[in-house]
Design a protein around this ligand. Sequence first.
Ligand code: ACO
Ligand code: ZN
Length: 309
Amino acid sequence: LREHEEFTKVKNIATIELGKYEIETWYFSPFPPEYNDCVKLFFCEFCLNFMKRKEQLQRHMRKCDLKHPPGDEIYRSGTLSMFEVDGKKNKVFAQNLCYLAKLFLDHKTLYYDVDLFLFYVLCECDDRGCHMVGYFSKVIQHIVYRYVWFPLSGLLIVKRNFYWVQEKHSEEAYNLACILTLPPYQRKGYGKFLIAFSYELSKKEGKVGTPERPLSDLGLLSYRGYWTRVLLDILKKHKGNISIKELSDMTAIKAEDILSTLQSLELIQYRKGQHVICAGPKVLDRHLKAAGRGGLDVDVSKLIWTPYK
Ligand code: ACO
Ligand code: ZN
């Protein structure tokens, strides 16, 4: 019911101020009731607290000592930095981020339970601080400890296990829940950077990943663009046959996503009950040309990260 209500609610906040930008919003977001009468909200660009009046924000900025998102900086290359924010440790920031993001996401219900999520916040940094460009969120891989009691030896052995749901579906773990590039930064390759980053984390985890469904139109366009470019680049370089499984192992892209991408490019034939990739150099060149810009690359050597513990 709640979901339905949110879908049918009309847009409340029309514009927001965030850093040096004034941004028109796209969708309804369930801000607390005391903000019901507002058409404009003023956000602190660092802690993401929001206020009704400009003077409140100015007063806030004089005492807010954050200059970047809370959490760990896990990537820095040139002026780009990525921060990992644990929703459990930075609840208010995470909630504020969700309120803000919902203004640009129509199909997702807001996750009120930010405890379960990690937020990867991409920033452009200068001498005034790190300015948020966009982010993606990801469900924490729960680790449960299974205690096994060995009565004879009196030993208590602690076994670390991934939460069973994750374990059961480990082949199809979601590596991204929500993705957003703030409107002033859209169409500059940041979306594909965030997507590439989510797959780099999956590679480090030794897992295959896929985004949560449904995807928005822009989300699907961005993913399709990313998958297409990554797969074409490999096919172009690779000599000899290659299977979908091998492509999946190399890229951390889920096999189904690879299949649907290659099918849409008409690079798949069905032979003797199997999907076979058929891609001659000329066809690949034609597709590569059509695939457009590659986006901003993730420099993996600048990523300092170990999977969540
Ligand atoms: N019109 C047409 N194509 C577009 C547009 C647009 N307005 N925006 C993006 N694309 C396509 C293009 O193919 C583009 O590649 P190209 O520029 O090489 O042609 C590709 O998507 C990616 O462009 P980027 O610049 O890398 O992506 P951007 O930084 O704009 O971010 C994103 C894409 C995150 C989807 C952004 O549009 C956004 O935040 N939208 C609102 C929120 C949203 O819909 N998020 C996805 C929901 S699904 C989910 O969360 C699992
Ligand atoms: Zn602040």
